[in-house]
Design a protein around this ligand. Sequence first.
Ligand SMILES: Nc1ncnc2c1ncn2[C@@H]1O[C@H](COP(=O)(O)OP(=O)(O)OP(=O)(O)O)[C@@H](O)[C@H]1O
Ligand SMILES: Cc1ncc(CO)c(N)n1
Ligand SMILES: [Mg+2]
Length: 501
Amino acid sequence: MKTPHVLTVAGSDSGAGAGIQADLKTCSARGVYCSTVITAVTAQNTVGVQGVNIVPEDFVAEQLKSVLSDMQVDVVKTGMLPSVGIVSVLSQSLREFPVQALVVDPVMVSTSGDVLAGPSILAEFREELLPMADIITPNLKEASALLGCQQLKTVSDMRSAAKLLHEMGPRYVIVKGGDLPDSLDAVDIFFDGQDFYELRSSRIKTRNTHGTGCSLASCIAAELAKGSSMLPAVKVAKRYVETALDYSKDIAIGNGTQGPFDHLFRLKSNVQKSHRQVGFNPSDLFLYAVTDSGMNEKWGHSITDAVKAAIEGGATIVQLREKDAETQKFLEAAKACCEICHSHGIPLLINDRIDIALACDADGVHVGQSDMPARVARTLLGPEKIIGVSCKTLEQAHQAWIDGADYIGCGGVYPTNTKANNLTVGLEGLKTVCKASKLPVVAIGGIGASNAGSVMETAVQNLKGVAVVSALFDRECILTETRKLHAVLKKAASMTIERTH
Ligand SMILES: Nc1ncnc2c1ncn2[C@@H]1O[C@H](COP(=O)(O)OP(=O)(O)OP(=O)(O)O)[C@@H](O)[C@H]1O
Ligand SMILES: Cc1ncc(CO)c(N)n1
Ligand SMILES: [Mg+2]
């Protein structure tokens, strides 16, 4: 299988917010392989650039040859090119090993104001590299340096600059306005030789903008490598930077004025941020409370009050099962319940709705046999979230285990009104599934204080607790009912311990 491949020819940033490191992270975030030819090693942090060590041009040439002669590179992206020799070695290599597209980020000045490539390279840049480029991505200072003109101060200046730069040979130009003074939005001007596009996004209020330029260019390169055409690639890249900045706006790395952002936020968004100890603990299944909007409505309970009462009464895990809720209302309720559960160290799962679980950063989901398959849910939710699956048979239990679930819910143990047309498996069915299951099991279906003892006293292996809807929530006082059930479960557990000792 051919993997989309970007080669970045750029400098190393020891602080890892920009340069080679930003390129590697951006391409990884976008699902594209990234090889690296290093042109300079910088000593750099959130304060600025303390030192630059330029790699000799012969050795840059050797790296280029190693990669281009062997690997199928789709797109080359350039960043810091600190010497005339390096620019010319690169142009030669590209003539020898042509690629599908060339993205040139004409890095000269960092946002911190430090010079990364001096004016001596400008002539070589204009004559050799710009005519070969599919797109160039200067910031305001770089655009004026390339044009040898005054500082750019307005969006209208940016348009004129884009047009003049286009005359130097690149097929497309984007002039980045990240550093535009007094601008509420982050405005970039894209020019395709004919039309101008004003690309706007909200300006994220953050100090963590170090490396935005490198990341924008790498993301454009990554999208092109995947087969995108230029304007869509640029739009995706802009949105990627905006989203990453928004996600990272409060992170604190370094003491300087220019912090790095988190390129791989998508991976992190699957990591639990709650106060709960990360990971699933099967003993959490002991008293599993499953909410029901209809019952809450009937008794005039708000969902948050219902969840609070269940937790106070001894629930060890909560699942929100809101079959008829409107999405926006459900999300609001889920966020509120998440806060309540987490302040008590209790995991919160969402029935069926992976989207809601992701949006409120719940601890996981519970899915039925006809919902999203557990394997797909696992891919969407990442490795750390809790996934439970309803199973009635050995085969289903086995599949849940193969699919990467954490527990199974087995039932209906007793007849129930909560679920229409639900097959009752009985205590025998429960026992059969529990014995064969490789996953911990919670029993469900028609269970309450009167029969929870009998369920738990089966003491069958893997059975960790009972899941309850009506017996807790179709009642006037949820707290009292939960306490009652908790006492029954405690008693059953102590009897089981006595018997097994
Ligand atoms: N605060 C911000 N909020 C949203 N987008 C931003 C912000 N700052 C910069 N951008 C966007 O990030 C991209 C890079 O722009 P910028 O002008 O900062 O490049 P640069 O100076 O080359 O970056 P750097 O030198 O930090 O790598 C542009 O698309 C710009 O609009
Ligand atoms: C190595 C390197 N390349 C590019 C930039 C531009 O942000 C930087 N600060 N450092
Ligand atoms: Mg900038």
